[in-house]
Design a binder for this molecule. Structure first.
Ligand code: ADE
Ligand code: ZN
Length: 319
């Protein structure tokens, strides 16, 4: 039995497996620039975050209808459940869809259809987190928030993702203030490829409650002290960090040092179709390569529920 856990850092578009991508391409009449699933998988040799993002955004062309988004999410939830995930807080990238003519409502209602039946079908409770693309202008993020207003009953929070280097969190101050005024929870990717200073900005300027990645915080001891004191959760993604070359090899991942420092760490899968594993695979990999013991794995699993946006009573039930 895999250890029960919550997944807090998961891009639904990053769960698009090659087989489903080709099936949706055929159904929607989309031409993919790959001969077959093997050729597509062979392209998953990333050199950095941008090399991944280019393929990730390109493959989204196959996602067109509500049914496509529902199938994508349902397939993820089935896989996650099989690996012990009891609760999933799922990111989506609306601008990557609206920019190609797929309406916000199509995306949210499609994902919502799968999420609505997730507890019954898979035993997985869910939340949706809408991410803004930090390599697009702040005005586009603000317009996206306005477009999402009719669907806020389905959306728990906002996040910030895409190319980090040179795109600091502070640019998005206004849209995060507007999101907070709407009662949305706030998270942001920071310290994946960008510096520890971006983690400080995400906390101080955007008011985030969790930091997605935060891999580079160890470069700033003062920041570590603060994150420990405030017990700010970090949603780490070890297999992602290896595939995107944020760390050279998993055995050198800072997770054990971060835990030893008292940081509130969680382990997540990011874009599992591209990075070689779902939540349970990430747990297994850190156990094996980083020599984590049972007590540390239990701590990671416990943190995942504590850091979730579940209410206290829901949290206790799902553990
Ligand atoms: N979008 C999807 N996966 C991402 C990642 N690891 N970092 C930034 N943006 C992303
Ligand atoms: Zn991510």
């Amino acid at each position: 039995m895999p250890i029960p856990k919550a997944e807090l850092h998961l891009h639904i578009e990053g769960t698009l497996e090659p087989e489903l991508a080709f099936a949706l391409a055929a159904r929607n009449g989309v031409d993919l620039p790959f001969a077959d699933t093997d050729a597509l998988r062979a392209a998953y040799a990333f050199t950095d975050l941008q090399s991944f993002l280019d393929l990730y955004y390109g493959l989204m062309a196959v996602l067109r209808t509500e049914e496509d988004f529902a199938e994508l999410a349902d397939a993820y939830l089935a896989r996650a459940a099989a690996q012990g995930v009891r609760h999933a807080e799922i990111f989506f990238d609306p601008q990557a869809h609206t920019a190609r003519g797929v309406a916000m409502g199509t995306v949210v209602e499609g994902l919502g259809r799968a999420l609505d039946r997730s507890e019954e079908r898979h035993g997985v409770s869910t939340r949706l987190i809408m991410c803004f693309l930090r390599d697009q202008p702040a005005e586009s993020a603000l317009a996206t928030l306005r477009e999402a207003e009719p669907y806020l009953h389905r959306i728990t929070g906002v996040g910030l993702d895409s190319a980090e280097a040179g795109n600091p969190p502070s640019v998005f101050r206004e849209v995060y203030e507007a999101a907070a005024a709407l009662g949305l929870r706030r998270v942001a990717h920071a310290g994946e490829e960008g510096p520890a200073a971006y983690v400080r900005e995400a906390l101080d300027v955007l008011g985030v409650e969790r930091v997605d990645h935060g891999l580079r915080v160890m470069e700033d001891p003062g920041l570590v002290e603060r994150l420990v004191r405030e017990q700010v959760p970090l949603t780490l993604c070890p297999l992602s960090n290896v595939r995107l070359r944020a760390v050279d090899v998993l055995a050198e991942h800072p997770l054990p040092r971060m835990m030893a420092a008292g940081l509130m760490c969680t382990v997540n899968s990011d874009d599992p179709a591209y990075f070689g594993g779902y939540a349970g695979d990430n747990f297994a990999a850190v156990r094996r390569e980083l020599d984590l013991g049972d007590e540390q794995l239990r701590e990671l699993a416990r943190n995942s529920f504590l850091a979730s946006f579940l209410e206290d009573d829901e949290e206790r039930r799902s553990r």
